[in-house]
Design a protein around this ligand. Sequence first.
Ligand SMILES: Cc1cc2nc3c(=O)[nH]c(=O)nc-3n(C[C@H](O)[C@H](O)[C@H](O)COP(=O)(O)O)c2cc1C
Length: 219
Amino acid sequence: MKHFSQNEIAQLEHLYKINLINSCSGFKSANLIGSKSMDGISNVAVFSSVTHFGSSPAILGFLMRPTSVPRNTYSNIRETGSYTINHIHSEIIEDAHHTSAKYDKKISEFDMTKLREEYKEHYDAPFVKGAPVQIGMRYLEEYKIRANGTIMLIGEVMDIFIKDDLLRPDGFVDLSKGNVAAINGLDGYVVPDLPKRMPYQRPKKIHKRYKNFENMDLI
Ligand SMILES: Cc1cc2nc3c(=O)[nH]c(=O)nc-3n(C[C@H](O)[C@H](O)[C@H](O)COP(=O)(O)O)c2cc1C
């Protein structure tokens, strides 16, 4: 197996290092975050760090790169408190990826790609039209990560819109039915197939070490 020590990682060439560290944690969610400035300019950008923080109340968070350079999504969310999370699916991968380009705040990525804005009642922020899952969010709080200046941004889920055929009777959202993508690293996109659902797990009664022996005590 190839081994990288902390020292070796620190000395890697920049692009190699960001590819390695961005890939090694596993597949990540692939989302487009929609927002709008107070001046009415819409914005959409790809994010791979949206994570579930709790279900009651329903909270999602994501990690924002340091704001040492303009971050339009961040400033829009702080100005308006409102944003949307939209799932990237197989048909929009190229355009979704292009939203990572650093456009000026006055330019909407919707005007530079085939992605289309969709507006819903109560939301100034745009949703991405056709996304199989669209989530309306409201800013709650943020935490600065002192180690590297990134910002953990926490928001409450206000509305969820899901294409009918993805939603199972028990609330499970079958993302593969919507050809929803996941991200490998910084530029690898996969469209996973067929989720393997597992039953709720309870502790086993017999320890693995004793399983070949008869009459062992239950632990
Ligand atoms: C696959 C991928 C995932 C990304 N994930 C994040 C992320 O989780 N957090 C972040 O701050 N930037 C992320 N970015 C970078 C933003 O998309 C990029 O900074 C973009 O220009 C932000 O646009 P904005 O200034 O309009 O908000 C990602 C880029 C790519 C290509």
